[in-house]
Design a protein around this ligand. Structure first.
Ligand code: GUN
Length: 285
């Protein structure tokens, strides 16, 4: 029976640390770190995430600027707002909630955010820095996974790490972070053949494919560490991950639950990135 990785506990500990560092930063500089979050349209899940980001900022003593636009907003209007925020010295981090309405080109939006304020680490400049291991920010979800592994003293060096999913937001950066910690990394995806043969090799299995309860016990090695990045809503309204928690927990050594595993860490890492951005932008550092 696996030990359950408690994302809420790690979130509490990490946010307390970030709150203390934020208070110290404010004392030293007289500047309050500020995060601007832009939401375009009325996707209900996005609205919840944005509200939680706002609350997260206020709870740890940061400023939060919430900008909400109707779904008809043009790309030009959005780009012009980003330009204004890039130049606003009260704003240290900028996040545009994805997905955007279809008529807005996501790449143009990401490219418009100043790399110094790109607390999502989605800008190609920041992605490139991660590739070469010399980064200022890490994307929040993979960074949250690394925090969880560190908190539970789970060693990565020399381990067989298998990442299921190759998205720009999770799978690709996740594989780079594990590689940087000297893991032996395999990335699997929807075209991978003999998937279970590969996942069964994993000492550390990170799953981010967006399919409810996809990973079953027969796909997992005895004693593996299983990290579930998925959030799926079942027909009964309950949340479930990409891993069949009940069967896999009997075989794994550590496992993250959904909810309460990786999810809470994402905003925690966003707040940490916002503090880092402020530290880089304010002269004393
Ligand atoms: N939508 C879902 N996850 C994310 C994220 O990490 N950042 C942004 N900007 N949008 C998202």
């Amino acid at each position: 029976m696996a030990e359950i990785i408690d994302g809420k506990l790690v979130t509490q500990v990490t946010r307390k640390k970030t709150a203390e560092m934020t208070a110290r930063f404010k004392e030293l500089t007289g500047v309050t770190p500020g995060l601007a979050v832009i939401l375009v349209g009325d996707d209900p899940a996005s609205a919840v995430y944005v509200r939680n980001k706002h609350k997260g900022c206020l709870d740890i003593g940061m400023n939060s600027f919430q900008i909400e636009y109707p779904k008809e907003t043009t790309e030009e209007e959005l780009l012009s707002k980003i330009k204004e925020l890039n130049e606003d010295e009260n704003v240290h981090g900028i996040l545009v909630q994805l997905p955007l309405p279809k008529h807005i080109n996501e790449d143009n939006v990401i490219n418009a955010i100043s790399p110094l304020k790109d607390v999502d680490a989605f800008h190609p400049e920041n992605v490139g820095k991660i590739l070469i291991g010399k980064y200022d920010f890490l994307p929040c979800t993979p960074a949250g996974v690394m925090e969880l592994l560190a908190f539970y003293n789970i060693d990565i060096e020399g381990k067989e790490c298998v990442v299921l999913g190759r998205s720009n937001i999770v799978g690709k950066p996740m594989s780079l972070l594990l590689l940087q910690k000297n893991g032996t990394v395999t990335v699997c995806h929807s075209r991978t053949k003999n998937l279970a043969d590969i996942t069964r090799r994993a000492d550390i299995l990170v799953v981010a494919i967006g399919k409810a309860d996809f990973v079953t016990a027969d796909m997992v090695k005895e004693g593996a560490v299983v990290i579930d990045v998925g959030i799926n809503r079942k027909p009964d309204g309950k949340l479930t991950g990409d891993v069949d928690f009940n069967s896999v927990k009997e075989k794994a050594s550590f496992i993250t639950p959904v909810p309460g595993g990786v999810g809470p860490m994402t905003i925690t890492m966003l707040l940490a990135n916002t503090l880092t951005a402020a530290q880089k932008q304010v002269k004393i550092y």
